[in-house]
Ligand binder design. Structure first.
Ligand code: HEC
Length: 181
């Protein structure tokens, strides 16, 4: 699930919880019920009381850490020549970059959305081609060029201390990156 759909899911959940609270609070006592002392009323969430649900938007570093995770998986999928999985991980990374464009288009007065666009149409597109062609060499070269693009943006945004490189080990050992069909 992309972070965007995750945020929407959270928003939907918050709205339905608020709606549920509204019902509980608004329900009149059954007509036949004897007059008992009212149970402690459930306080509606502050957001519901204000008439709108709060929507959680992840910070840029959270998007970036999600990108880092896909970036790690992408490497091991590509090295295992699991092209279907590699295409999937790259697609997910691209989706998160799209989320960044939507949610953090400008960062410290820098046009982050446009800067990401340059990477999407060049380095990401080249990797997509390498994966579609099942070309291991082009994949490795394209992956290194993507890393250079990650680092170029980090330098250009005064985050040059964030350095991306080829992973030496999978971040997760409970996912099998080998092709299985
Ligand atoms: C268009 C610019 C841009 C590109 C391209 C970019 N990043 Fe970033 N990245 C940033 C910015 C800006 C920050 C600092 C975020 C902050 O300070 O909240 C960052 C921070 C990070 C962090 C640090 C997060 C943390 O909490 O440690 C990681 C990891 C990261 N990026 C991974 C990547 C990877 C991997 C790529 C390439 C696949 C990439 N980034 C491409 C702009 C970019």
């Amino acid at each position: 699930m992309s972070l965007r759909s995750f945020s929407i899911a959270v928003a939907v959940a918050v709205v339905s919880i608020s709606a549920a609270f509204g019902q509980i609070v608004a329900q009149p006592p059954a007509a036949s019920a004897p007059p008992v002392s009212a149970p402690p009323a459930l306080a509606p969430p502050a957001a519901a009381a204000a008439g709108k649900a709060k929507v959680y938007v992840p910070g840029l570093e959270q998007f970036m850490n999600a990108i880092l995770m896909e970036h790690n998986k992408l490497w091991f999928a590509g090295r295992a020549r699991n092209w279907e999985l590699a295409a999937y991980e790259l697609g997910e990374m691209k989706e998160i970059m799209g989320d960044v464009q939507d949610f953090v288009p400008v960062f410290k007065n820098l046009p982050l959305a446009d800067m990401l666009d340059a990477v999407i149409v060049k380095e990401i597109a080249d990797l997509e081609k390498a994966i579609a062609a099942k070309d291991g060499k082009a994949f490795v070269a394209g992956y290194d060029r993507l890393n250079a693009a990650c680092n170029a943006c980090h330098q250009g945004t005064e985050n040059g201390f964030v350095v991306i490189k080829r992973p030496s080990a999978p971040a997760f050992t409970n996912q099998d990156y080998r092709p299985h069909r």
